[in-house]
Design a protein around this ligand. Structure first.
Ligand code: SF4
Length: 198
């Protein structure tokens, strides 16, 4: 039986399954699920996990990555953060902490094992799905290719889905090396987002 999305959101917001895992990281933070979806969403952003700034703000993509992502999508802040129109469901709903190099740790698999089947069943059909980063590509698209090849094959998933790289500043060099992304993919992405948000 499909559970109501609002009840699941409430249950998810109280999840503390990773308390010990996060307490053992350098930041020793507590779980703080960033829950950002509501019934009726037209656009799904299936991403990786909140960063530290999103964790502090309790709002996804409330950081420079989000500024770049909103520019890619052609959405203003109000529309992007309207959770009844845009659902943001990452591979893990909490900031996972940093590794020794200062990069975000991988999203804990327990999150998708615990939550994803229930959440995606409750969310139902959306008009467009955007998969951001390698973890989301592998999980949702079932691909075994690296991010560059997966995104380069973006046309394979049209019109219902588009794989994207993470909009992090760490990928600025990737964007320079792959000009086709801005020249060919982004205009189609913006047009599809416009269509589904109308
Ligand atoms: S990452 Fe997921 S499973 Fe872990 S505490 Fe947060 S919501 Fe729960």
């Amino acid at each position: 039986m499909t559970e109501p999305l609002t009840a699941l959101a409430d249950e998810l917001s109280r999840c503390r399954l990773c308390a010990e895992r996060f307490a053992a990281t350098a930041t020793r933070h507590s779980p703080r699920p960033v829950v950002w979806f509501a019934p009726g969403a037209r656009l799904l952003i299936a991403s990786q996990a909140p960063g530290m700034r999103a964790h502090n703000a309790a709002r996804p993509f409330d950081d420079p990555s989000g500024i770049r992502l909103r520019a890619w999508l052609g959405l203003d802040d109000a529309t992007f953060w309207d959770r009844s129109r845009v659902a943001i469901m990452p591979m893990a709903f909490c900031f996972p902490g940093y590794d020794a190099q200062g990069s975000d740790l991988p999203p804990p698999p327990i999150c998708r094992h615990t939550w994803h089947d229930r959440l995606f069943a409750a969310l139902g059909e959306v008009r467009l799905r955007l998969y951001i980063g390698g973890y989301a590509h592998r999980y949702h698209l079932g691909v075994k290719t690296g991010v560059t090849e997966t995104v380069r094959n973006w046309r394979d998933h049209l019109p219902d889905a588009i794989p994207l790289p993470h909009p992090s500043w760490r990928n600025t060099a990737w964007l320079k090396r792959n000009p086709w992304f801005e020249d060919e993919l982004l205009p189609v992405l913006r047009a599809r987002v416009r269509e589904v948000m109308e």
